[in-house]
Design a protein around this ligand. Structure first.
Ligand code: ARG
Ligand code: ZN
Length: 874
């Protein structure tokens, strides 16, 4: 029962205004709706039946223009309701009763603790009332909430509050009006006993906006960073994209039970508490930065998503890819730009590449789906952002900005397509982007094989680029893409970027080659010295690039490349070559030997005082086990783990004093601030400590314990606790875990971290601990954060133990998926991901993983899990 892009038809009826009334009660909330509808001329003259979506609704009344309908005038099914004949223009009234307390899927109206909240994207609104629940139906909304004055003193919805009052029986109401037409997926309400933190923002044109963050009382001290981030994001969007906020009120609400990070509902963003609350004592630097990024992301959606929205859900990346690109640039401007790029790319190359190579691979714009909830993916979000970034790079910022202005001006208030967006970019730049559009329709990660040689006699550098995209499910044949390859040639004598001349044209020292054919040759002339090419600078396209670099070449680039990103990448490639040898040695039972060139390269890095500390911390971080796995034809989790530990320990032994010096040089007594300079110091210090702890250095153990006990901030405490817990010195973990667990038992977000630290231990007995912790009073399968912190972290990050050769890790995950399939299908369909990657492993593990997928398939499945399991076993 898939939905296909090519079946798209405009809606038969439009909604011009929606009036909703909620009489809130935990198990029986009455929703009264009055929709102003009119026939859509785009569908012709003929009077079509009215189709409304609706799931799990108990219909109590239905009337057109005040006239109750007879049962033979409409038909009700599992997924909606059809009214056979309707006038051209009319008012539809319905009354339904729903049960928020029983809603564990966390879609539609549900309870989180004692509050009511909603999540409507993509198709949650149909669980609230009968409606044409599709993004191309946009209406103004008036929403009245009626609640218990004591239990729900706060009643919020999108837009502006226009009326409030007391009602008999201890009830009260508030009416909200949203003047901006919006699709149903942007509707939201929140009701509960909440407190607010308030601030103000004056827009560039002088509009006074009240900013409110609503939280449960105990979290009042944790909103400063989100508020500061929000104000920075508002200013940034004005300055960078010329986008201003358009209501008098902007609200954020923190809820504990939430499937995703956050949601951009018009005027009323709802956030997973983990994506908004911070405090130096409870949140790490990474969490502070994530909050900043997500607050900005949701705010930016007000234009890229809300003012201009998607015609249908196939266009999801239209808003998500663009908005992720926007939030990435915001974070880069606010913090360290190279580090932001390194973080984003290393995550992308690990997780999105794996998705693109797996059974659920899909294009940035898919052409069919069973359950749209399964398509909130790294491909739609992150690859979509890379595609927008390529557009920015192809056009240059100025033309890109003009294209963005045109897009917002032309399509304001409309629901549009990816062609509309790219069309604006083509129009303002005069560039032909037709081949570029393949990035949206072709799944899979393109691979570029590059080769080059220097012709001493002629002073020429010859570069050949060959591209190919491997087949993905349903797409056996791929067309060549338009790939921007940014590069420089670094002179081996001078250590500097050489001037580039191509076809007689001088291009400066850094240029972008346009690869459009399957294979292209480029001849750089007047190249005065032998160069090492620095290719795909800044990760200028989301591809895998292979070049036969020798280790000396990589060490050279690591020391000399002018592109910070490629310096880091050269280090990663160098480490990968050494790791490859060690993985082979491990598998062949040969003694492992540490490559001295890696040690030398690290020694050079550690000696560089002047370097950007944040970049240095990234450079000192070895490729993750997941990233290494991505590079192997058949993943051998044990060999990877052994090889990586060996390199880490080898470096720690050879460079012990240097790491210790780095640690000590970056200690600081300054009061915590989540600012780049401090974050860099802490990052560097904690990387150094992790090397030292890998060899159970006595001094390091002392330092880790001291750092843990000092409790300056969660970044340092968590680092130390992780190192103590993961140490092979078995006696260090328990006392620290116990102290931490007791200290933070009252704080769910800190307990999430406590779970994650424990279930990611490399020790062999960890699976028992996972099962034990699942019984812990702070754990609940109904809370997505807990599921991610415990099950997700175990299956996703603890590779050696999840992939135990007895299959117990797989079994545990299958049990959880089966249980969650009933409770929360969206989370079930996500948490299953590691099992779907079975094809990457040895035959024994393949069989074990498939057996668990078969076992899941034997259950009565939600569409979400069904779609993923079917693809995984296809
Ligand atoms: N639009 C939201 C965001 O990216 C995410 C909503 C996800 N909803 C879902 N049901 N998967 O900010
Ligand atoms: Zn988004």
């Amino acid at each position: 029962q898939p939905t296909y892009l090519h079946d798209y038809q405009p809606p038969a009826y439009r909604v011009t205004h929606t009036e909703l009334k909620f009489d809130l009660a935990p198990s029986a909330t009455k929703v009264s709706a009055r929709l102003q509808l009119e026939r859509n001329p785009a569908r012709g003259e003929e009077a079509l039946p009215l189709e409304l979506d609706g799931e799990g609704l108990r219909l109590e009344r239905i009337a057109i223009d005040g006239q109750a309908l007879n049962p033979d005038e409409y038909a009700q099914g599992d997924s909606g309701l059809t009214i056979h004949r309707v006038p051209e223009r009319f008012a539809l009234e319905t009354e339904v009763v729903i049960d928020p307390a029983a809603n564990t899927a966390l879609e539609g109206l549900y309870r989180s603790g004692s509050m009511f909240c909603t999540q409507c994207e993509a198709e949650g609104f149909r669980r609230i009332t009968f409606y044409p629940d599709r993004p191309d139906v946009m209406a103004t909304f008036t929403t009245t909430l009626i609640g218990d004055a004591e239990r729900e003193p706060v009643l919020l919805a999108g837009g502006n509050p226009v009326e409030r009052g007391e009602l008999p029986g201890g009830r009260h109401f508030v009416t909200w009006e949203d003047p901006h037409p919006k699709p149903s997926y942007l509707f939201a309400l929140v009701a509960g006993d909440l407190e607010k933190v308030e601030d103000r923002f004056t827009t560039a044109s002088g509009r006074e906006v009240a900013l409110q963050i609503w939280v449960e009382e105990e979290n009042l001290g944790k909103t400063d960073h989100a508020m500061a981030s929000l104000k920075r994001a508002m200013r940034w969007d004005e300055e960078t994209y010329g986008r201003e906020y358009d209501l008098d009120l902007f609200m954020i609400v923190a809820v504990n039970d939430f499937n995703m990070g956050a949601m951009e509902n018009k005027g009323l963003n709802i956030f997973n508490s983990a994506a908004v609350l911070t405090h130096p004592q409870t949140a790490t630097d990474a969490a502070f930065q994530r909050v900043e990024g997500i607050v900005a992301h949701e705010y930016f959606h007000n234009w890229s998503g809300n003012r201009v929205t998607c015609r249908d859900w196939f266009q999801l990346s239209l808003k998500e890819g663009f908005t992720v690109f926007r939030d990435q640039c915001f974070s880069a401007d606010t913090n360290s730009a190279p580090v932001k790029r390194i973080e984003d790319v290393s995550f992308f190359r690990t997780a999105q590449f794996a998705e693109d190579a797996g059974p659920t691979a899909h294009p940035v714009r898919p052409d069919h789906y069973i359950e749209i909830g399964n398509f909130y993916t790294l491909t739609i979000y992150e690859k979509g952002a890379e595609v927008v970034r390529m557009l920015r790079n192809l056009l240059g910022w100025e033309a890109f900005r003009r294209g963005s202005d045109l897009y917002f001006a032309r399509f304001d208030g409309q629901a549009v397509t990816i062609e509309d967006f790219v069309g604006c970019m083509a129009e303002v730049s005069g560039q032909d982007l037709s081949q570029f559009m393949r990035w949206y329709s072709q799944a899979g990660t393109p691979e570029i094989d590059a080769n080059g040689h220097y012709d001493y006699a002629k002073g020429e550098y010859h570069l050949t680029l060959r591209q190919r995209t491997p087949a993905t499910p349903g797409q056996p044949d791929k067309q060549p893409l338009h790939i921007p390859v940014r590069l420089g040639l670094v002179g081996t004598k001078s250590g500097h970027d050489l001037s580039l001349t191509l076809d007689g044209e001088a291009l400066g020292t850094d240029t972008v080659l346009h690869l459009r054919e399957e294979e292209q040759h480029f001849v750089f002339t007047e190249v005065a010295e032998a160069p090492v090419p620095s290719l795909l600078r800044g990760f200028s396209a989301p591809v895998k690039l292979r070049f036969p670099y020798g280790r000396e070449d990589l060490a050279f680039l690591l020391a000399n490349d002018s592109d910070g990103f490629n310096r880091w990448d050269a280090g990663q490639r160098l480490a990968m070559l050494a790791l490859d040898d060690l993985i082979a040695a491990h598998r062949n039972g040969v003694e492992k030997v540490m490559d001295p060139r890696v040690i030398e390269a690290f020694r050079v890095l550690l000696g560089e005082e002047s370097d950007d500390k944040a970049v240095l911390a990234e450079m000192l971080t070895l490729p993750s086990e997941a990233y290494i796995a991505e590079q192997q034809p058949v993943v051998d989790v044990d060999a990877i783990h052994a090889a990586r530990s060996f390199v880490k320990q080898g470096l720690a032994m050879a460079l012990r004093d240097e790491f210790l010096a780095i640690y000590e040089a970056n200690l600081s007594e300054a009061p915590y601030a989540p600012e780049p300079e401090q974050i860099a110091r802490r990052g560097l210090k904690n990387v150094a400590l992790s090397y030292l702890m890998s060899i159970e250095d006595e001094r390091a153990i002392e330092l880790a314990q001291r750092q843990f006990e000092a409790g300056h901030n969660m970044t340092d405490v968590r680092s130390a606790l992780t190192l103590l817990t993961h140490s092979s010195r078995g006696d260090l973990a328990e006392p620290a875990l116990k102290a931490f667990g007791e200290q933070w038992a009252h704080d769910p977000l800190v307990m999430d971290q406590w779970f994650t630290i424990q279930v990611t231990r490399p020790q062999e007995d960890v699976l028992d601990r996972v099962r034990f912790l699942m019984q812990h009073p702070a754990f609940s399968l109904k809370n997505p954060n807990k599921v991610r912190a415990l099950i997700g972290a175990f299956a996703g990050q603890n590779r050696v133990n999840f992939h135990r050769i007895d299959g117990e890790g797989y079994k545990l995950l299958a049990e959880v998926v089966i249980e969650l399939n009933r409770l929360n299908p969206e989370i079930a369909a996500r948490i299953i991901t590691p099992l779907t990657r079975w094809a990457r492993f040895d035959e024994t593990r393949q069989a074990l993983m498939k057996a668990q997928l078969e076992r899941i398939r034997g259950e009565a499945l939600s569409p979400n899990v069904y779609e993923v399991v079917e693809k995984a076993l296809a």
